[in-house]
Write a protein that binds this ligand. Structure first.
Ligand SMILES: Nc1nc2c(ncn2[C@@H]2O[C@H](COP(=O)(O)OP(=O)(O)OP(=O)(O)O)[C@@H](O)[C@H]2O)c(=O)[nH]1
Ligand SMILES: [Mg+2]
Length: 269
């Protein structure tokens, strides 16, 4: 269980790359059924430097305890490969990610990968995200649904696919970026990019976190690369999407744009 194997015949990364300190940050709220499967998919990857940090907001369904039990099982030669950050109450996916990513960087990760617990993001693509970053020097690598080869779950109805595409085009247009999946939540960040982004000052509580992070990285001069992924529908449990979160996502691109314009104005004055 603890020694990384090579599932699905992945092309292994060179040994030096595989040892790179990389932490997957995974927020959970009521993911008791999904977390064991997702954690195993991550921990089974043939990457010696890979760690998993679960950020649980005191899930009523006991996900925090399940995460602790799993963490005991995944041990490596240098000690635990999985750990859990417990927070006291549900505070939004963005806040959970920001706290976990800050913890992972403080603990020495050279790269941090954000990934949902619900089975939507393909763990098998993690070596590719890391390989692209190491091969190109890019500080941000996006697991992208909207580059050639990327795709959305067939279980999604046409209107849901359209809404996702529209939300993505909306944010990119308002912000004037060329990132094709700016709303996506399966991304790799270098420690340098996270320092430049300054996680403590990130505004978004919810899903607009994905957009704000990429925009901040671009403004700081970092290169954003995209590799295609297939996005699956969640296998179990319930979505945490609600109206407040959707309204924040509509307003946030404008807030970011206004703030950036003000900052540019201040610099030229
Ligand atoms: N810690 C924490 N995790 C959260 C919170 N909200 C969502 N999550 C987690 O963030 C990830 C994404 O949330 P989802 O509910 O799957 O959101 P989504 O992917 O947009 O919605 P679906 O398409 O229905 O899956 C999951 O792993 C959730 O458990 C929160 O407030 N706190
Ligand atoms: Mg989901």
């Amino acid at each position: 269980m603890s020694a990384p194997s090579n599932p699905a015949g992945l092309t292994p990364l060179p040994a030096e790359w595989s040892r790179t300190a990389t932490t997957v940050v995974m927020p959970t709220y009521n993911e008791a059924d999904s977390l064991p499967v997702t954690a195993e998919a991550v921990m089974a990857l043939p990457l010696d430097g890979l760690r998993l940090l679960v950020v649980d907001d005191n899930s009523p369904d006991g996900t925090g305890k399940i995460a602790e039990d799993l963490a005991e099982r995944y041990q490596g030669p240098q000690g635990p490969r999985m750990s859990v950050l417990h927070r006291t109450a549900k505070d939004g996916l963005g806040r959970a990610y920001a706290a976990g990513m800050a913890r992972a960087a403080d603990d020495g990760a050279a790269y941090v990968i954000q990934m949902d617990a619900d089975g939507s993001h393909p763990a098998a693509k993690i070596p590719e995200l890391l390989g692209v970053a190491l091969a190109t020097g890019a500080d941000v690598v996006v697991g992208s649904r909207y580059v050639p080869g990327g795709s959305l779950s067939d279980a999604w109805a046409a209107h849901r696919k359209l809404l996702s595409r529209w939300a993505n085009a909306y944010a990119s247009t308002v912000l004037g970026t060329r990132v094709r999946d700016i709303t996506g939540g399966f991304n790799l960040w270098s420690a340098a990019a996270l320092r430049a982004i300054d996680l403590d000052t990130v505004d978004s509580a919810g899903y607009s976190f994905q957009v704000e992070m990429k925009y901040r990285a671009l403004r700081a001069g970092h290169t954003v690369m995209e590799v295609p992924i297939h996005f699956e529908d969640r296998a179990a449990g319930e979505s945490k999407m609600n109206l407040a979160v959707q309204l924040e996502s509509v307003a946030m691109p404008w807030r970011l744009r206004t703030r950036a314009a003000r900052a540019s104005g201040d610099r030229t004055r």
